[in-house]
Design a protein around this ligand. Structure first.
Ligand code: NAD
Ligand code: MG
Length: 369
């Protein structure tokens, strides 16, 4: 049966990889809607190619200029704008699955709205889960729908877990979350203060958007993923361990009580988890090159360095604190990363600012978004 997919953040790295997989399977998937914050030319050409029912643009974009460009490119596509437009698209009756690939907290409202409307949620936007984990998982359960993780580690864990519902069950001991260690794993600590945004965005393995690239360099990305794993799999902090694995071939592992450890391997290419989630429970071609282990030759693993990567300790502290701590953690990081990208903050101060903000914030219980 044809699946109608809305891509939130269609012009980004995950969004474009999603379009690539969808284009390979016109018999299975239809692009029902696409959204972009600012890169409107990109969005218009995506609309020209895929003729979606609607397109949503950010509130700062000139609406009437975008509308006339869209009319020429894809006359059948309706134009919506801002957060209201995103929520309308995420809850539209003709949408079956929502690829949540907006970066940062801007993705929260439409993604949560999609869950509440019972859409299948393909979740790349980890920040929305970090901010609203309890409410989000409750919304998924109440609507009787499914969340399929796109983050390569969580997708790997999902694939290695026994139960169809993808939650940690009896017999599972731990989750081993792998992380490449980013571009500065072996660089001298003293030189980190001089890191430029361009260097931080140049990941040795993955090609990703600027925010997650900086997060990978500080390992704040792995810290957010610890919290993400906690919510998706219902795992306690003591059940989640991070292992540094520079080759990024083992995408994560699940350890069982009997000593078995199941791993999911693959080339580091986001099209694999995207194709897995899009077609689940079927398996489809993702256009990914075959994994050649003999050529790779060697896979390395090491514990994360707590001095170089203090963000990981903070994630465990956040899990032991209140829900509000996770919101503060995510918000402080988003603002600090933006300041670093605009060269207003040094690389080494990113995590320091997050920690100081956490210490200065108050514990409150979050009951609604
Ligand atoms: P990106 O920067 O390449 O793309 C972000 C998308 O979000 C763009 O389409 C942009 O227009 C849109 N956007 C940004 N701000 C917006 C706003 N305020 N309102 C509406 N739309 C907005 O980011 P990405 O690398 O594709 O990452 C997207 C999400 O997926 C992030 O949460 C990231 O952590 C997660 N993720 C990415 C990868 C990857 O390989 N890139 C892997 C795992 C998880
Ligand atoms: Mg990841």
């Amino acid at each position: 049966m044809m699946k109608n997919v809305l891509i939130l953040g269609a012009t980004g790295s995950v969004g474009k990889n999603t379009l690539d997989v969808i284009t390979r399977h016109p018999d299975r998937f239809r692009v029902a809607g696409v959204t972009a914050g600012r890169r409107i030319d990109d969005l218009i050409s995506i609309c020209h190619r895929h003729r979606p029912d609607f397109a949503v643009i950010g509130p700062t974009v000139d609406f009437s200029a975008a509308k006339s460009a869209l009319r020429a490119a894809s006359p059948r596509t309706e134009l919506l704008a801002g957060e209201e437009g995103l929520v309308a698209a995420a809850t539209a009756p003709n949408v079956d699955a929502v690829m949540a690939a907006i970066v940062g907290s801007a993705g929260l409202r439409p993604t949560l709205a999609a869950a509440r409307a019972g859409k299948k949620v393909l979740l790349a936007n980890k920040e929305s889960l970090v901010m609203s984990g309890g409410l989000f998982m409750q919304a998924i359960a109440q609507a009787g729908t499914t969340l399929l993780p796109i983050d390569s580690e969580h997708n790997a864990i999902f694939q290695c877990l026994p139960a169809a519902d993808g939650r940690l069950s009896k017999g599972v001991k731990r989750i081993l979350l792998t992380g490449s260690g980013g571009p500065f794993r072996t660089r001298s600590l003293a030189s980190l203060a001089r890191v430029t945004p361009a260097e931080a965005c140049k990941h040795p393995i993955w090609s990703m958007g600027p925010k997650i690239s900086v997060d990978s360099a500080t390992m704040m990305n792995k810290a957010l993923e610890i919290i993400e794993a906690h919510w998706i799999f219902n795992a306690g902090p003591e059940q989640i361990e991070v292992v540094v694995h520079p080759e990024s071939v083992v995408h994560s592992m699940v350890e069982y009580q009997d000593g078995s450890v199941l791993a999911q391997l693959g080339n580091p290419d986001m099209r694999t988890p995207i194709a897995h989630a899009l077609a689940y429970p079927d398996r489809i071609d993702a256009g990914v090159a075959q994994l050649d282990l003999a050529r790779i030759g060697q896979l390395n693993f090491e514990p994360p360095d707590p001095v170089r990567f203090p963000a990981l300790r903070l994630a465990y502290e956040v899990l032991k604190a209140s829900d509000a701590a996770a919101v503060t953690f995510n918000a402080a990081n988003e603002i600090a990363v933006q300041a670093f990208l605009e060269e207003r903050l040094s690389f080494v101060d990113i995590v320091g600012i997050v920690e100081a903000t956490l210490q200065a914030s108050q514990d409150v219980t979050i009951a609604t978004v």
